[in-house]
Each structure stands twice: as structure tokens, then as C-alpha cells.
Unconditional design. Structure first.
Length: 342
């Protein structure tokens, strides 16, 4: 049977199967990852509507060409999308077309056209993280005289100690905590449903035991009740990732008033970066750090391997210990960059 590539119905049938069957059931991707693919496809259709007055229902494979996708990239750049964001959108379209080509050989030429579009060279930025002083200032913000203050401080402590992603944190259940074993740990379910065990510091365990005493009854132990929740209609409901982001944003703004070292924007992933950098600077090998963070690809962890000013300073001191009593040239950040050819 001959299929009509110019049919919008044909295009959207493939999109539906791709998002509802192939990605979740065949590739077993998480809902958040699938949502990212969905947003990319929707954004491309929005581009077509804005540029060509093409309604969503009329979009077909004839509108997914090399020239059109290149114009889509320019459209994204005009909207100040970074290179990494553009690459995500391009990769999503390529993935969709590859799936369609595997299902229908007549679409293979469309896929080959778009496949050849190179990804943009994304700028590599240094990892932003908080100093220990800034972290202490942030932890001092929750008012622990209130119920929400106690909960919110526990959220920050656990975010830092486990370096979890914010979605992993809100997904935590009481049953994921194992506090009464010889080496306490928490089970975290990451991307793709992959679970990992993260050891907990002694102080964090003490905070968690007190938190459980206040917010969970003994009968909650071993249940699937969310670890962090808010009460709605008389029942506990899991917190959303947006709620966690707002909590950190507000505390960050307050902390910056007393501590200039606090970054202008405090968000959950900043806490994850902070813990990772603190561990790396303390000597944890990158391979162990990758396992701790739940990185499938060890190369993803390489972003933490870029030395900061303090690490460069310590390294240069070791190369010439006789200069320790003199005022070192690298005390000035600009001079240090020149010495290192930066």
C-alpha cells in the first residue's frame, strides 16, 4: 500500500507511536526525557506555524527538510537559545525521523537529509558551585521554629549530602531510607529507572531520624509514602520539582543579603554541582564520582575535572615550595590566569 508522505495524518500517527510506544516501551525512557522530545517536536511545529502559517494538523514529512531544520536552528538562536539547547532540539528531530525511517523505508531519504546537519559547537562553561561559606549561609535561612522550616532545611541537607537530581529527591519514599544499618544509605531511582545506593553522612542520618520522628509515624516505615510532602485536602501529597526550586530560590536571595558569595541564582542542580565539586576537590576519583552521581557515561563527569583557582594555586605552590614565605604572584586571579595561559 502506497503511503502519502504529504499527509498530516500520516505524520502525526508516527509521532504518536513514537512518543507513546517506542520511547516509553521500547527504549524505556523516563517521562521527563520523553517530555523533552515532545517539547522539541512541538517547538518545531510552532516554528512552521510562525514562519509559514502552517497549522499543526497540516504538518507532514514534506515540511521536515534539511533547509527547514537549518532555518529552525536560526529561529531558536534568535530566541537566545544556547548551543546545547539547539543541539537537543536537533537530536530529537533526528531521533524521530530515524524511528519513522525504520518503520517506513520511503521516509529514509528525509532522515538522511536531516541526519547530515551537524550539531552546534556548544561553549563549555566552568561548573558553577557554592563555596562552603555560601552553603552554610543557605542552610541558615530556614526558620526551624516552624514546621515548614524544619522540612525545608532537611530538603537542602539531603540534596547536598546525596547530590541527587531534584526529581530523584521528590520521588524518594520513606522506604528508600535505611538508617539503622551499620552503614546508613538511601536508595535513589535515577534516569531510566536505574537505582543506586548512596551512603549518608552521620550528621545527615541524625537529621533524618529527627525529621522522621516529626513528620512520619512509626507505621510509615517501610511504606511508599513520599519522604517530603505537603498537606492538601487533609492528605500528604508529594512535593513538585517546581516547589523545591522556589524554596531554594527564595532562600538563596535571602542568604545573599548576608553573604555575597552566594550565587545570584540558587537552584537544585547548583546544590548537586556543589556536592560533586566538594567531593572532587577532596580527592574522590572521577570514576567513583560518576557512580555517586548516577552518570551512565563516565565522560559526563569530566566537567568537574576542570581545576578552579584554588586548585591551580595549590598545584603551583607544590612545584616551588621555596616561595611559600614570599608573596606569591598567583594571589591575583588575573596573574594566575596569565601564568597558566588562560
Amino acid at each position: 500500500m502506497t503511503r502519502n508522505r504529504s499527509s498530516g495524518q500520516e505524520f502525526w500517527k508516527y509521532v504518536r507511536n513514537y512518543l507513546t510506544v517506542y520511547l516509553p516501551r521500547i527504549r524505556c525512557l523516563s517521562p521527563r526525557t520523553i517530555d523533552s522530545y515532545r517539547q522539541s517536536i512541538s517547538m518545531y511545529c510552532t516554528f512552521l506555524k510562525e514562519q509559514s502559517s502552517l497549522e499543526f494538523s497540516k504538518v507532514s514529512f514534506e515540511h521536515v527538510t534539511r533547509d527547514s531544520v537549518i532555518k529552525f536552528i536560526r529561529w531558536l538562536r534568535v530566541r537566545n537559545c544556547e548551543g546545547s539547547t539547539c543541539n537537543l532540539r536537533i537530536s530529537s528531530l533526528k531521533s524521530l525521523l530515524k524511528y519513522c525511517a525504520d518503520e517506513d523505508i520511503s521516509i529514509y531519504s528525509v532522515y538522511q537529509e536531516v541526519k547530515k546537519i551537524p550539531l552546534m559547537k556548544a561553549a563549555i562553561r566552568p561548573v558553577e558551585y557554592m563555596s562552603e561559606i555560601a552553603l552554610k549561609a543557605l542552610l541558615a535561612q530556614p526558620d526551624i521554629r516552624t514546621v515548614k522550616g524544619i522540612r525545608n532545611r532537611m530538603i537542602i541537607i539531603l540534596l547536598y549530602d546525596t547530590a541527587t537530581r531534584v526529581q530523584e529527591l521528590v520521588d524518594m519514599k520513606v522506604s528508600d531510607l535505611h538508617l539503622w544499618t551499620k552503614n546508613p544509605f538511601v536508595i535513589v531511582t535515577g534516569k531510566g529507572g536505574k537505582a543506586r545506593s548512596i551512603p549518608l553522612m552521620t550528621k545527615t542520618v541524625a537529621h533524618l531520624k529527627e525529621y522522621l520522628r516529626r513528620f512520619h509515624t512509626i507505621s510509615d516505615d517501610g511504606t511508599s509514602k513520599p519522604l517530603f510532602y505537603s498537606i492538601k485536602t487533609g492528605l500528604p501529597h508529594m512535593l513538585s520539582t517546581d516547589t523545591i526550586s522556589v524554596i531554594l530560590k527564595n532562600y538563596g536571595e535571602k542568604a545573599r543579603c548576608t553573604c555575597p558569595e552566594v550565587p545570584h541564582r540558587v537552584h537544585p542542580h547548583l546544590i548537586r554541582h556543589t556536592r560533586a565539586m566538594h567531593l572532587y576537590k577532596s580527592g574522590l576519583p572521577l570514576s567513583y564520582l560518576a557512580e555517586f552521581l548516577g552518570h551512565v557515561n563516565v565522560n559526563t563527569t569530566d566537567i568537574y575535572a576542570s581545576a578552579d583557582i584554588d586548585m591551580l594555586h595549590d598545584a603551583l605552590k607544590k612545584t616551588d615550595p621555596e616561595l611559600e614565605d614570599e608573596i606569591p604572584l598567583w594571589k591575583d586571579e588575573e596573574n594566575l590566569k596569565k601564568l597558566c595561559g588562560l
